[in-house]
Write a protein that binds this ligand. Structure first.
Ligand code: G16
Length: 557
């Protein structure tokens, strides 16, 4: 008996506009009847028929609500004439693994159930994002189309009696309205493991660990637990206690699965004991990473990508492909620019959001890129990739036979050091945050602003350039405006302001501070001390404290 598909009447919900990376809202919002179905239908409709007869990849980070939504997506995919769904066991797939699997099986796209580093559980966040056939997050042209469709949706299509077993690896065939429909449940780790095994030399990393480097990997109860255990312990021979918080939990154990100095402070404390030579943490869906050296030595994400760029020859993948070009998001500190300059690589500066790297990679102009928001990756897939970054670092440690700190010291000595910090003010009221941004926009639009001076301590900063960052994609010429207010001073120091596009309530103000130092006597100084006058300048010119009422940031990175 064929399973029947039905059309269900519905009405639009307000605000189903994807942000920096998909639609992220509180679970309570997603739980409203038909809310999830509307967004999934708009996503499938935005594929404009390309889903018909095609393969769709489905996976997520294991957060609360994902089980229900996995089934809904499979039922709706069947009714929207998708021929085959490949889904992770129990729905679990990291974001990089989804990108890998889309590319490997030439799927029409993928739907990822994640709110990334946002907290989970019944009072946390849920999220859905769409990746296109290149494996990368949908570009703005598609997310805008999805949003438009959500504003006028009248019905969605589903196959309510389709009930595949998503717990068991294997292939299940169904007859849906006299069409063949396949659900393939895959081991969450296998395809990803095969890919990284080809990119890196596992033998040399295994040797590094057996020679005595003690590592600790914190999966923060996100999706990366099974990946970490399989790859670091089973494949690379690290002892079992090297991987911590590796049980995926629907609420991430009640924590923010966000790998930074605040939310992964337990890892920082552990590293400070001096037992481990290398530590790393991942976010909920495994695309972000934080790298630490012995005694909690922190590698900023901006330095991390630059160090990988400078040592690309330690990685077999880059030995084969060469380095075609480098890229960073605009607020990311300029360490990568110095590598590009000295090593002769093309460098791109794109807006915040991994989706902006995809076109450059598809056009073979970009091999390695990173963002200050703990994202690092290469053109092996079209997402940032936390575990890839860790393997890249271990490859460098294996080749250079130095500690993390020694590698950074060598790097700063050769290229100079970009001191960087980011202040996050979370859950600020939207109105004053918007007011601050609009004041800043007005300020930088005034040509008389160039040349204005600010003094703090023994430092004086003179404005050399100021704008609201606007990006024209070099490949398809699409234009993205209002991507962050940046003020660049005559000594090259930069302060940048933007509102987060991944929060789900109120506004999160991000203030980025970047300053270059080439004086070797100053390279070892503490970033917060060095940057204090620039931080004060940024707070003064933005009137952030006065407008938002916040005296201190929620997170300092
Ligand atoms: C997402 C994007 C990243 C981007 C980050 C910025 O990260 O994938 O490319 O840098 O958002 O976040 P915000 O807009 O809050 O500053 P993720 O890990 O949340 O998917």
């Amino acid at each position: 008996m064929p399973l029947r598909c039905i059309a269900v009447q519905t009405k639009p919900f307000e605000g189903q506009k994807p942000g920096t990376s998909g639609l992220r809202k509180p679970v309570t919002v997603f739980k409203q009847p038909q809310y999830t179905e509307n967004f999934v239908q708009a996503t499938l409709s935005a594929m404009d028929g390309e889903q018909e007869g095609a393969t769709l990849i489905v996976g997520g980070d294991g957060r609360f609500l994902m089980k229900d939504v996995s089934l809904k997506i499979v039922q709706m995919a069947a009714a929207n004439k998708v021929q085959k769904v490949i889904i992770g066991q129990n729905g679990l797939l990291s974001t990089p693994a989804v990108s890998c699997i889309i590319r490997k099986y030439q799927a029409a796209g993928g739907i990822i159930m994640t709110a990334s580093h946002n907290p989970g559980g019944p009072s946390g966040d849920f999220g859905i994002k769409f990746n296109t056939s290149n494996g990368g997050p949908a570009p703005e042209s598609i997310t805008n189309k999805i949003f438009q469709l959500t504003t006028k949706i009248a019905e969605y299509y589903t196959c309510p009696d389709l009930k595949p077993d998503l717990k068991t690896v294997g292939v299940q065939e169904f007859d849906v309205d006299n069409r063949n429909f396949t659900v393939q449940v895959v081991d969450s780790v296998e395809d990803y493991l095969q890919m990284v095994n080809e990119i890196f030399d596992f033998g040399s990393i295994r040797q590094l660990l057996s020679d005595g480097l003690k590592i600790v990997i914190n999966a923060m109860h996100g999706v990366m637990g099974p990946y970490a255990k399989r790859i670091f312990c089973e494949e690379l021979g690290a002892p079992e206690d090297s991987c911590i918080n590796c049980e995926p939990k629907e609420d991430f154990g009640g924590h923010h699965p966000d790998p930074n100095l605040t939310y992964a402070s337990d890892l920082v404390d552990l590293m400070k004991q001096g037992i481990h030579g290398f530590g790393a943490a991942f976010d909920g869906d495994g695309d972000r990473n934080m790298i630490l050296g012995k005694n909690g030595f922190f590698v900023t994400p901006s330095d991390s990508v630059a160090v990988i760029g400078a040592n690309a020859k330690c990685i077999p993948y880059f030995q084969k492909t060469g380095v075609k070009g480098l890229a960073r998001s605009m607020p990311t500190a300029g360490a990568l620019d110095r590598v590009a300059n000295i090593e002769g690589f093309e460098l791109f500066e794109v807006p915040t959001g991994w989706k902006f790297f995809g076109n450059l990679m598809d056009a073979d102009r970009l091999s390695l890129c990173g963002e200050e928001s703990f994202g690092t990756g290469s053109d092996h897939i079209r997402e940032k990739d936390g575990l890839w970054a860790v393997l890249a670092w271990l490859s460098i440690l294996a080749a250079r036979k130095q500690s993390v700190k020694e590698i950074l010291n060598d790097f700063w000595t050769k290229y100079g050091r970009n001191f960087f910090t980011r202040y996050d003010y979370e859950n600020v009221e939207a109105e004053p945050a918007n007011q601050m941004m609009s004041n800043l926009r007005q300020m930088v639009a005034d040509s008389g602003y160039i040349g204005k001076e600010y003094s703090h301590g023994d430092k004086t900063y003179k404005v050399a350039k100021a704008d609201d960052f606007c990006y024209t994609d070099p490949i398809d010429s699409s234009v993205s405006q209002k991507q962050g207010v940046r003020i660049i001073f005559e000594d090259g120091s930069r302060v940048i302001f933007r509102l987060s596009g991944t929060g789900s309530v109120g506004a999160t103000v991000r203030m980025y501070i970047d300053s270059f130092e080439s004086d070797t006597a100053k390279l070892q100084l503490d970033a917060q001390v060095v940057l204090k006058p620039l931080v004060e300048t940024a707070l003064q010119l933005s009137q952030l404290r006065e407008l938002t009422g916040r005296q201190e940031p929620t997170v300092i990175t």
